[in-house]
Design a protein around this ligand. Structure first.
Ligand code: OXD
Ligand code: MN
Length: 595
């Protein structure tokens, strides 16, 4: 069938003229055999899932033990985000800044149009209307993704509010983000993840890994989101959002940015240790926060997502029992290993079964030298499965944020926890976030890979301007969140971690919450506010004397001298667009340290 505009909507899904015109253009370009307008219903999910199983896109897992769970393998050449194929296509390179790959929009469009032409022949084009954010929120955005992948449809249904709800929010004239995903031959040489901020458009070609094809997540919610936020006065951040409830029922909301794969999901779903009876962590989100100053001068946050697209390896009943509950049903697993009983397994889940099929479909046994699950294998689960889901997760107003936590992965220099003196100092701490290379990572030992605010791969514009935007937002807040920096990864001379991490991070979190409410006294140091002696409660922590924490908190002047010198690299890279306030913060720190 040769699709024509007339073949388009015999549907009353939307009367949005601009959306209809664009969808018709893409249909004419990609020439699919059929167009499916997703409505987001259960019946649609059932039909598409059955079709995906018939087509071999999904494999049903043991439906008795894991109801509604399915297994998918992506092409082995597309298993993670591809930063070198990710482009910000602003009219000038300067707008994208030195930390992004850039291509002139007309050149990129021409390349992508040529690739997409006839690229869906014989296939179905799915029209996915979706919301990033709860319906009715002033922060929520509408996206429309056109894709030829049923895996994308079923995953977007988990990760976003998808279907009729999005058409209703869009109305006849609302703004929306255009997203086009063409699977094509999954050819890595022609894989492009292209963002056109000025056109509110994303195009992904030759791709099938979630991070590259679920266009609402990193592409809209962070790259275009950060660009839109800069224009519209809000922040799109790579942050979890959690509610910390005390035994007296006080709820304090916290947002935290850690680099990818540094435990955001675990932290957002933490179970406090025994001694913290009556304390409860509620998850609002595990990956992305959209935050805007409210009329009362506080910063309000929503989680634009509706599900969790988490890294499976390392997830187990000890590291994250909440996640294990969450992924027990209605979950799509990608690139994990498969047991003969059609259960899933990954490194760090528990003892390996005697025989498995690995993520590439090959037989695997515990004596194999390869990984059974891909290190970036994923679960995709609805947030409503989370037994610790915050009741505010769907609140259109969002939650008021009392603390923002930045977290680095630093073997040296940074204490386990410190508090910034003020907003500008906090922005400086966030801007200098990073990970220290260890022998296990490529690079020079001791070198720091900066990942400012965990946004290096996700900031859709010049990072210097981004820091400037952060400083501006602070000026609009009569009651700004307090800003903290944590480092769960400091090591001793023997290379041992100096802080136990995981559930014991609750001890640090309690100090943070107490600081927000003016309850912890703290100690003023050159770095910022640190917990006073014995202020972090270590009761019940076996074989962990207070001296060890004191060691983990120590300020080593030599290390700081080296750190401040290394920070120069980021200042030089961002040049004149680096806000001068951040330079002043560095100088102030230098003089406080007496360097
Ligand atoms: C990431 C992710 O890469 O959340 O940060 O998938
Ligand atoms: Mn992430």
């Amino acid at each position: 069938m040769e699709p024509t505009h007339a073949a388009l909507p015999k549907t009353t899904a939307t009367r949005h003229a601009e959306a209809l015109k664009w969808i018709a253009e893409i249909v004419a370009l990609c020439t699919p055999a059929q167009v499916h307008w997703c409505d987001g219903s259960e019946a649609e999910k059932t039909r598409l899932t059955a079709q995906a199983v018939t087509d071999g896109v999904l494999l049903p897992l043991d439906q008795e033990r894991m109801p509604g769970c399915y297994y998918h393998r992506s092409n082995p050449n597309d298993v993670a985000r591809v930063e070198d194929r990710t482009f910000i296509c602003t009219p000038t390179k300067a707008e994208a800044g030195p930390t992004n790959h850039w291509m002139e929009p007309a050149t990129m469009y021409a390349k992508l149009r040529a690739l997409a032409a006839g690229g869906m022949r014989g296939r179905t084009l799915y029209v996915i209307p979706y919301l990033m954010g709860p319906p009715g929120s002033p922060l929520t955005k509408v996206g429309i993704e056109l894709t030829d992948s049923p895996y994308v449809v079923l995953s977007m249904r988990v990760m976003t509010r998808m279907g009729r709800v999005a058409w209703a929010e869009l109305g006849d004239t609302g703004a929306f983000t255009r997203g086009l995903h063409c699977t094509l031959a999954i050819d890595p040489a022609e894989r492009w993840i292209a963002h056109f901020p000025q056109d509110n458009t994303i195009i992904s070609t030759n791709s099938n890994y979630g991070g590259n094809v679920l266009l609402g997540k990193k592409c809209l919610a962070l790259r275009l989101g950060s660009w839109l936020g800069n224009r519209e006065g809000w922040l799109a951040e790579h942050m979890l959002i959690m509610g910390v409830e005390s035994p007296s029922g006080e709820k304090t909301f916290v947002a935290a940015a850690f680099p990818s794969a540094c435990g955001k999901t675990n932290f957002a779903m933490m179970i406090p240790p025994e001694q913290y009876k009556g304390w409860k962590i509620w998850t609002v989100g595990d990956d992305i926060a959209w935050m805007k100053p409210g009329a009362d001068g506080r910063l309000y946050a929503i989680n634009p997502e509706n599900g969790y697209f988490g890294v499976a390896p390392g997830t187990n009943v000890t590291t994250n029992p909440t996640a294990m509950d969450t992924i027990a049903k209605d979950t799509i697993y990608t690139n994990v290993a498969l047991t003969p009983e059609r259960d899933v397994w990954w490194e760090g889940k528990g003892a390996p079964p005697a025989a498995l099929t690995d993520w590439q479909g090959q037989p695997w046994t515990p004596s194999s030298t390869t990984k059974a699950a891909h290190p970036n294998s994923r679960f995709c689960a609805p947030m409503t499965n989370n037994p610790g889901l915050a009741s505010e997760a769907n609140d259109p107003q969002g939650v008021p944020i009392s603390a923002i936590i930045f977290g680095g992965r630093r073997a040296t220099t940074f204490p386990v926890v410190m508090q910034a003196f003020n907003w500008a100092h906090g922005v400086y701490l966030g801007a200098m976030m990073g990970s220290e290379m260890t022998a296990a990572a490529a690079g020079t030992v001791g070198q720091v890979r900066r990942d400012p605010m965990a946004m290096l791969p996700f900031c859709g514009y010049h990072m210097g301007d981004y820091f400037g935007h952060w400083l501006d937002v602070g000026k609009k807040l009569a009651h700004p969140p307090r800003i903290f920096h944590v480092n769960w990864f400091r090591k001793d001379a023997a290379g041992k971690f100096m802080w136990p991490g995981f559930g014991d991070n609750m001890r640090v979190l309690k100090w943070i919450v107490d600081r927000c409410h003016g309850r912890a006294i703290g100690e003023e140091t050159a770095l910022g506010w640190l917990p006073g002696p014995q202020e972090i409660d270590l009761a019940g922590l076996k074989d962990y004397p207070h001296e060890r924490l004191d060691q983990a908190q120590r300020i080593d002047h030599q290390e700081w001298e080296r750190e401040l010198a290394m920070q120069e690299e980021l200042f030089t890279l961002l040049g004149a667009r680096m806000p001068k306030e951040l330079g002043y913060e560095r100088e102030l720190l230098r003089s406080r340290l007496g360097l």
